[in-house]
Design a protein around this ligand. Structure first.
Ligand code: NAI
Length: 340
């Protein structure tokens, strides 16, 4: 591509879309946000008044027809991802799409098949933790053999309890706690263990606070174990009920040692010593923990779409994360092990 900047359309300006829009518009040097798309007029007004993105489309197909558009950044509800990716590829656009790729394995494979027809286009699913400096360092150390042969990942995504239960509005469409939250840990486990093939899954869960989730076959705390065919294993916990804040913790056990990322989910390096003891404040939410990684992720996508580098993750990684997340959900709902 000869263009020095990537002309991006941001699609979805909700909780996360606005943050991606700010990064792309203000902090990714080679990206230019030329248009926004949302069915909500107030969100398009926000893009115009906050970021000067004055071209807004309520209709996604109209955005795809925007003159000179190179790429779309999809931050829309998960149920729309597969169709929106396919439409963008057919329109000749590079695609960034938030995780998970889809809640349906057949749809993941349809997207993979469509992507194969457009090898010149970059397509990236946002597994943001791969772009976090600490996870990156851990992966490099494992690859260098620092902990010997890795055989077990224990990883958790635990959100601070929101007493308002606002997240309940996502419950009908999120796919459940494993596909919504653990999908990050699943991707990390595959990456850190060297992409093993899943063999069997066990899972269970409980509703400690948000009992309304039961109506959607969902839980506010879930546990799962995945066995891989090379003998390695991964164990996952996801929670929406933490009292102290957002805590993402991953441990990797190897034959020669153990690495841990996030054992203390500290907000910063300040330590408070007082009558209650010695403590630090905690990251309140996922964005506080991964803000830097979201920016690095957007930079990698932009550089790849401009032909300046290759992506560090594949579309198939996203399909595998959905495949394992679906099996975990099934194992929990049916209270039995699920074989692949
Ligand atoms: P949200 O509900 O806050 O935002 C969704 C946005 O999509 C809204 O702006 C809505 O107006 C827009 N939208 C709905 N239908 C549309 C359509 N047909 N065309 C264009 N725009 C449409 O949801 P949120 O929390 O921002 O999540 C969006 C995606 O990001 C989800 O797939 C979610 O899984 C993912 N996500 C990823 C996180 C991560 O850690 N990487 C964290 C939070 C969300």
């Amino acid at each position: 591509m000869s263009s020095p900047t990537l002309k991006v359309g941001i699609v979805g300006l909700g909780r996360l879309g606005q943050r991606h829009a700010i990064n792309l518009a203000q902090r990714v040097p080679n990206a230019e946000v030329v248009a926004a798309c949302s069915p909500v007029p107030a969100e398009l007004d926000w893009a115009a008044s906050t970021l000067g993105i004055t071209t807004g489309y309520a209709d996604y197909d109209a955005l795809l027809a925007h003159p000179g558009l190179d790429a779309v950044f999809l931050v829309t509800p998960t149920s729309l991802h597969a169709d929106q990716i396919i439409a963008a590829l057919r329109a000749g656009k590079h695609v960034f799409c938030e995780k998970p790729l889809s809640l349906d394995l057949a749809d993941c494979l349809k997207v993979e098949a469509e992507a194969e027809r457009h090898p010149q286009l970059t397509i990236m699913i946002g597994f943001v933790r791969r772009f976090d400096a600490s996870y990156h360092d851990a992966q490099q150390k494992i690859a260098q053999g620092v902990i010997g042969k890795p055989y077990l990942v224990r990883s958790q995504t635990c959100d601070q309890n929101d007493p308002s239960g606002a997240f309940m509005r996502f419950a009908p469409t999120s796919g459940g706690i494993f596909l919504d939250c653990s999908v990050h840990d699943i991707d990390l486990a595959r990456w850190l263990l060297g992409n093993p093939v899943p063999k069997r899954v066990y899972a269970s869960g409980t509703n400690a606070i948000h009992t309304g989730l039961q109506a959607f076959g969902d839980v506010d705390n879930g546990l799962a174990t995945v066995e891989f065919s090379d003998g390695s294993m991964a164990s996952f916990m996801a929670s929406r009920t933490m009292a102290h804040g957002h805590e993402t913790l991953t441990e990797v056990f190897g034959t020669g040692g153990r690495l841990a990322v996030g054992s203390n989910p500290r907000l910063n390096r300040v330590e408070i010593s007082d009558a209650h003891g010695v403590r630090n404040e905690c990251t309140p939410d996922f964005y506080a923990r991964f803000a830097d990684a979201f920016l690095i992720e957007a930079q990698e996508f932009t550089d790849a779409a401009l032909g300046r580098r290759t992506l560090s993750l594949t579309l198939h990684d996203a399909t595998e994360a959905t495949r394992i997340g679906l099996a975990m959900t099934q194992a929990m709902r049916e209270a039995r092990p699920v074989e692949f």
